[in-house]
Design a protein around this ligand. Structure first.
Ligand SMILES: Cc1ncc(COP(=O)(O)O)c(C=O)c1O
Length: 356
């Protein structure tokens, strides 16, 4: 590769010659990409809030976890799962196995590449082809299973458990039961979020989040219970999931949150209220985030935003409501972000509605 400008001729940015629009460079050069996980911005989504009809004094805040290097909140978890497994004796060169709706696998694959592990992931065919492709590009061995209820021998959790038993010396990371999954959010995401919300809005009236494993919601909620007891914790759940209202499970298209049974990490009594959100509203809010805020986020973030707007509407003017933008919309370019896909999957006219 050749450069037309000798490196020495490029002036190094200093406080005096840096344009005010150019942010300061990172303080240190990191040894690898894992050092850029976390410390994500909390964004004031004023244009989205206005489009959702909220009063101008009400603040809707989104923690931009999609900006992590793996494109999701799960980058934080992957670090914690490896640290936990290494404390139990896992050593580089070993094999780890995990069941995932895609994002945990992507985050683990990044960490496995850097730390020198072999990764096997088991995912349901519901998972978008973008996420599967990313897993393969990052070097994970992927097994796909049918989208069947818990307890079925071909459910992705059962298949992952069996794979871990079959491979000599393999460690099953088990994000659905790992206490490190809660701890990492209690110790990092929660404190970051509260600190940023107080800086931006001066208060935090409600925190809204969905549950896949429950790590994100439970960890942040445990921190807020101690540090900001007046903050209401609200569960955002896809319509069809049983977490918010029980009843019969009905499949839905939003990925990563909701389930047909309560996950082990979701402790009873932690949540003050819940909002069920349809696929259409989840995807509509994700599309609105792109159109109004320039944010590419997935359907679970859309579900969170729709529920947060609903909660904010019921709170007094001036309320501050925060939620999590869990993953990047780039994971769903062949799904709800494609107007043709929406037309054939019960979401007719959605893209036109958002453009209007
Ligand atoms: C896109 C997406 N959103 C939200 C979640 C839920 O996060 P948690 O497992 O911490 O409840 C997941 C989990 O896989 C996810 O993939």
């Amino acid at each position: 590769m050749t450069s037309s400008l000798p490196l020495a001729a490029r002036p190094a940015p200093t406080e005096s010659n840096r344009s005010p629009d150019v942010p300061a460079p990172p303080a240190a050069v990191g040894p690898n990409v894992l050092g850029s996980i976390g410390r994500t911005p909390l964004l004031d989504l004023g244009r989205l809030a206005a489009r959702a009809g909220l009063p101008s004094t009400t603040r809707l805040l989104g923690k931009a976890e999609q900006l992590n290097p793996g494109g999701s909140v799960k980058d934080r978890l992957a670090q914690a799962l490896f640290a936990e497994a290494e404390a139990r004796g896992l050593r580089p060169g070993g094999t780890v196995v995990e069941a995932t709706s895609g994002n945990t696998g992507i985050s683990l694959a990044i960490a496995a590449a850097v730390r020198g592990y072999r990764l096997e992931v088991v995912a349901s065919r519901k998972v978008s082809s973008e996420k599967i492709r990313l897993l393969e590009v990052l070097g994970a061995h992927v097994t796909l299973t049918p989208d069947v209820p818990h307890g079925d021998p071909s459910h992705y959790l059962e298949v992952a458990r069996r794979r871990a038993e079959e491979i000599p010396g393999a460690v099953y990371l088990d994000q659905f039961r790992s206490l490190a999954n809660v701890k990492v959010h209690e110790e990092s995401t929660g404190p970051e979020l509260l600190h940023q919300a107080l800086e931006l809005g001066g208060r935090l009236d409600a925190f809204v989040c969905g549950v896949g494993t429950g790590g994100t919601l439970v960890g942040i909620a445990r921190f807020l219970r101690r540090a900001s007891p007046a903050t209401r914790i609200v569960l955002a759940d896809p319509e069809g999931s049983v977490l918010a209202h029980g009843g019969a499970f009905r499949s839905y298209r939003v990925e990563g949150i909701g389930d047909d049974s309560i996950p082990p990490l979701l402790t009873p009594g932690l949540v003050d209220g819940s909002v069920s959100v349809s696929d259409r509203d989840s995807f509509r809010f994700a599309l609105l985030a792109a159109r109004t805020e320039g944010l590419l986020v997935g359907g679970s973030s859309g579900c969170h935003l729709a529920a947060a707007a609903e909660i904010a509407r019921d709170l007094p003017k001036g309320a501050v409501v925060a939620t999590i933008l869990s993953d990047t919309g780039r994971n769903y370019l062949s799904k709800f972000l494609d107007p043709a896909w929406c037309e054939t999957h019960g979401l007719e006219g959605l893209h036109e509605e958002v453009r209007a």
